[in-house]
Structure formats: C-alpha cells, structure tokens
Design a protein around this ligand. Structure first.
Ligand code: COA
Length: 161
C-alpha cells in the first residue's frame, strides 16, 4: 500500500493546501496530513483546532486523515511506514527552501523521497498568513479557505457575521 505524508503548519488550511491534498489522494492509497506542533511559530489556531478543521474539510475523502506530530518529520514518517513526503510548490521562491529541506531529509532518511506538486496557479500567491491578515481586517476570505475555516476565522477575530 502506498502511503504519503503532506506535512505543514496549516494555521489554517487554505484552498491551496486542499488542492494539493485532493491531488495527492488520487496518487496514493493513503495520505496522512501531518500537522506540525511547531514551537518556532505562534499559531492562531491550537494544534487540536488545526487537526480538527483539517479532518472536517477532508471528511469526504476516504483515504485522507490529519494527525499531529512532534519532532523530526522523517522519524514520524518511518514510524508510520511512510515513504513519500508531499510538498506543494507555489512559485520559484519556494524552490530553494524546499530543495534544501528535501535534501536534508534524504541525508538522514535515504529511503524517504519528497514529491513536489505544483500548486494550482489560482492559489500561487496564497499563504496562511495572508488569509489571517485579510481576516483580521474583515476581508471576505471565502474564496481562499474552506467555508468552515472562514467561519472559524471570524470567531477568532471576533467578527460575528
Ligand atoms: N497553498 C497555500 N499555502 C501554502 C501552500 C499551498 N499549496 N504550500 C505552502 N503554503 C504556505 C503555508 O500556508 C505557510 O504559510 P505561513 O508561513 O503564512 O503560515 C507556508 O507556505 C509554509 O508553511 P508550511 O507548508 O506549513 O511549512 P512550514 O515551513 O511551516 O513547515 C515542515 C514545513 C512541517 C515540512 C517542516 O518544518 C518540518 O518538517 N518540520 C519538522 C522538523 C523537521 O523534520 N525538520 C527538518 C526539516 S529538513
């Protein structure tokens, strides 16, 4: 059985992420969304909230589930018999960082490969930070994130309608 991990912070999940998740689910038998408990970032949503939102938005994709992880990605992958890491490339600016990460991961885990999917051009500019910034100014983010996430963002920002 082919199993892949799509790791990230997902604070929060965007339609750009969801596009990568859907396309990965058609390539692999099982896709685990690995939500990093990232101590170097100060997330808006707690780890539990991020995992729960992801599981809600992928509930119609039977071979995908979100879980949290700590520590090294490749260690988590090994423990779960995962041989492929999926990452999305939005623009050439992502490439250098992603290449370095993929090569570093391969150095310590030669059996694990990184597969890059090019992000849908529609979402090439998108990031979780942009979504949070828009939401904080009351900009409608319905075209950028799943409906549930847009609602949760409004709650976090204290916007009622
Ligand atoms: N659509 C929309 N946004 C996207 C996107 C897409 N397809 N792909 C990436 N992004 C955005 C994210 O929203 C995020 O935006 P933000 O910075 O505004 O929050 C940004 O790009 C990058 O974040 P993310 O994909 O979450 O990566 P990350 O850099 O936070 O984490 C890990 C990357 C989790 C893979 C990496 O940190 C990791 O593996 N950590 C574990 C420790 C480890 O193993 N370290 C060794 C690595 S060599």
């Amino acid at each position: 059985m082919s199993r892949a991990i799509y790791p990230g912070s997902f604070d929060p999940v965007t339609l750009g992420h969801l596009d990568i998740i859907k396309r990965s689910s058609e390539i692999f038998d099982e896709v685990i969304i690995g939500v990093l408990n990232n101590t170097s970032k100060s997330p808006l949503f707690s780890l539990e909230e991020r995992v729960n939102m992801l599981n809600e938005v992928v509930s119609d994709i039977p071979n995908v589930k979100a879980v949290s992880f700590d520590g090294l990605l490749v260690e988590f992958a090994k423990e779960n018999d995962i041989k492929v890491i999926v990452r999305g490339l939005r623009a050439v600016t992502d490439f250098e960082y992603e290449l370095q990460m993929a090569q570093s991961n391969r150095k310590i885990a030669p059996d694990i490969d990184t597969l890059f999917l090019t992000t849908n051009i529609e979402y090439a500019y998108l990031s979780s930070s942009i979504v949070k910034e828009f939401a904080s100014y009351g900009v409608d983010v319905n075209e950028l994130v799943p409906e549930l996430v847009a609602l949760e963002l409004k709650k976090k920002m204290g916007i009622d309608k």
